[in-house]
Design a binder for this molecule. Structure first.
Ligand code: DGP
Length: 112
């Protein structure tokens, strides 16, 4: 499958990795929109949050258990934002589920 984040998860494309385990990988976004901008992705391909099912959802729990650890390690002690974009209207550009972890400054209130 020609999927950018599958290739990053497999180590075929380099990334600034900040966390990795058997199920997920976190790395710095190539075009940061905040002082800290990290992406956390499941290693197994899931196209988006819209493709989460009972059969593949365990990794979502795992990712949300991992996010606080990643955020703490990145120095996000005063809060942060977790976002996932879905599909065309959500402006999802990479079709592999990923959660943006944004922080390091007071973020704008507006989300849309
Ligand atoms: P989204 O628009 O929600 O699909 O976010 C995709 C993000 O992925 C966007 O913030 C930029 C980032 N990105 C795209 N290509 C690469 C890449 O090759 N490496 C890294 N680290 N990030 C990438």
């Amino acid at each position: 499958m020609d999927c950018l984040f599958c290739k990053i998860a497999a180590g075929e494309i380099p990334s600034a990795k900040v966390y990795e385990d058997d199920l997920c990988l976190a790395f710095r976004d190539i075009a940061p929109q905040a002082p800290v901008h990290i992406l956390i992705v499941p290693k197994a391909h899931i196209a988006s949050a819209d493709a989460v099912t009972k059969d593949n959802s365990a990794v979502i729990t795992h990712i949300f258990e991992t996010i606080p650890e990643v955020a703490r390690a990145a120095g996000l002690t005063n809060g942060y934002r977790v976002i996932t974009n879905v599909g065309e209207d959500g402006c999802q550009s990479v079709k592999h589920l990923h959660f943006h972890i944004l922080g390091g400054k007071k973020l704008p209130e507006s989300m849309g």
